[in-house]
Design a protein around this ligand. Sequence first.
Ligand code: NDP
Ligand code: 2IT
Length: 448
Amino acid sequence: MPQLHPHLVPIFDEIVRRNPGEPEFHQAAREVIESLAPVVERHPEYADAEILRRLCEPERQIIFRVPWVDDAGRTQVNRGFRVEFNSALGPFKGGLRFHPSVNLGIVKFLGFEQIFKNALTGMPIGGGKGGSDFDPKGKSDAEVMRFCQSFMTELYRHIGEYTDVPAGDIGVGGREIGYLFGQYKRITNRYESGVLTGKGISWGGSLVRTESTGYGAVFFAQEILRTGGDSFDGKRVVVSGAGNVATYAIEKVHQLGGTVVACSDSSGYVVDEAGIDLELLREVKDVRRARIREYAEARAGATYVSDGSIWDVPADVAIPSATQNELDESGAAALVRGGVRIVAEGANMPTTPQAIRVLREAGVIFAPGKAANAGGVATSALEMQQNASRDAWTFEHTEERLHETMRAIHDRCLETAERYGAPGDYVVGANIAGFTRVADAMLALGVI
Ligand code: NDP
Ligand code: 2IT
């Protein structure tokens, strides 16, 4: 592991000591802290005000019981979380994840990343995250609705358009946001559109929000290619996952002339040299809510692999878009053998620190999630803006705003990396640009 600046060692040690059993949070914090050595040298005022120590402690953490009744009439109990990490730049903002692996450490890693990601967008949004260990897989719509209603019956008292604005993440899409919004409206007797983002288009949602994370990640990779005088035209691309982020990353790569030859879910991956057929993928994943194997069964020329690694499929560009730590050291080595030139994270922290090292040493350009997948939350901020002005923009206008935002984040990362002595390093650029924006706001707001 790279060394930490001596001033930062006690801060990281304190994080590990005070947050036991939260390895993902330690990992996310360490990655940011490793980048901050040149900031410590140049900005003693941050250390004087204990900015980093304050940033690593959430402003508020809420853990609650979520009881609900399943279709068989049995009572089930899940655990709900909302970690309100930092509101120096605006209301807490970040998604809700419903997945059996969710625990406090996972929510804290996601909330911590969200602070810097949201700062990088240049928009007025703080950082937070939430979710539950509820598993939507195999549940009926009625069960999902009853769960969401119970979850919101506690969450409603902590959120609001000026306080905390949740959205989707793994396991939370348009269906869940609908049930959550319905219950919020019912309990508060307020049609407060700005309390959640990712809403349906007919009831306060924004066009392009559904597509925005995947599109944004591809726009970011396009900027990297453009900086090197290249484009997506004719590129082979591998996208892991088959959910919201993956689907729209695939769509945008195809629109830009590249070919996505493989995608996956938690059961395995499919290879389709002719290019993933998005209509079929959506039919399998969104309509049937089935396993990815059914894609290969329905498509001539496609193969399904249940016991391998998607990173074995050779590609020019890889866009990991499923979950944290899905791309490990051996996956990175396989990508390098397959000739990969760019890895752009669609998911949050999908690449392990060891894998990042392998990619770096091989000269692969690596774009961290807090920059490359910021298009989702940026478009959430555009949804909040439309809600506040009771307006609704066209698809073209909103997509152009997303595109501009991704170009600006890309340039901000490169300029910052250059200014702090690490030219071309998107990790250092993203971490320092995000950190300094939040740190300056925290300095201005005093010790709170
Ligand atoms: P979805 O629930 O729509 O899709 C998740 C995909 O990842 C599914 O294909 C799922 O497979 C796979 N997956 C989830 N957990 C695991 C696991 N433990 N092991 C292997 N595969 C897994 O989620 P999203 O597409 O919204 O989110 C994907 C990633 O992108 C997450 O890291 C999320 O935090 C990040 N992200 C999402 C944003 C958004 O706007 N939605 C914004 C920015 C980042 P299966 O169906 O088999 O579980
Ligand atoms: O990780 C993320 O940025 C998200 N899941 C989206 C958050 C949001 O508020 O739109």
